[in-house]
Design a binder for this molecule. Structure first.
Ligand code: ZN
Length: 165
């Protein structure tokens, strides 16, 4: 088997190969429908992927409602595993982006340094950085950007409301 390169544009579905057991992965949770494994290129310890065993395209917001509901609940269970394992993790960030591999996946990012949240404490943590993305660059940020123009925001909100169900 060729060495698996997560950055390659190979057309075979890597996640389906993991489900089939043809590509090894550090799978640590699964049920009949979903599984979770450690990312091989994590940006923090314990960074994980939760995937459906059946192939769905990577736009999670287009999944059938009932599958998506169970998928989110699976991710919740996996987040619980990460919080139980890492003493300093009281919250797990959830990312559904899907531009690296075209098989539905939820990325779970253990938020190290938030262990106090296990005791029900909450405190504001801001990055202190501002980003603005005129176009998608292969990653999304949960942080804020510069303060928006209030009138432009109001107009955008009104326009969105016009086409909302
Ligand atoms: Zn697949």
């Amino acid at each position: 088997m060729a060495k698996y390169d997560p950055k390659s544009k190979n057309n075979t579905c890597v996640f389906c190969e993991i489900v089939a057991g043809r590509i090894p992965a550090n799978i640590y949770w699964q049920d009949d429908e979903f599984m979770a494994f450690l990312s091989i290129d994590p940006n923090t310890e314990g960074f994980s992927c939760v995937i459906p065993k059946k192939h769905y395209g990577s736009d999670v917001m287009k999944m059938p409602d009932d599958v998506l509901q169970r998928f989110i609940i699976a991710a919740k269970k996996v987040a619980g595993v990460l919080e139980r394992y890492f003493e300093d993790v009281g919250r797990v960030g959830v990312i559904m982006e899907g531009t690296g591999i075209d098989h539905a996946h939820i990325k779970l990012s253990p938020m190290h340094g938030t262990g106090y949240m296990k005791k029900g404490e909450w405190k504001q943590i801001l990055s202190g950085k501002e980003f603005w993305f005129p176009k998608y660059e292969g990653w999304i940020s949960s942080g804020g950007g510069p303060m928006a123009d209030g009138e432009k925001l109001k107009l955008l909100g009104e326009n969105l409301k016009k086409i909302s169900d």
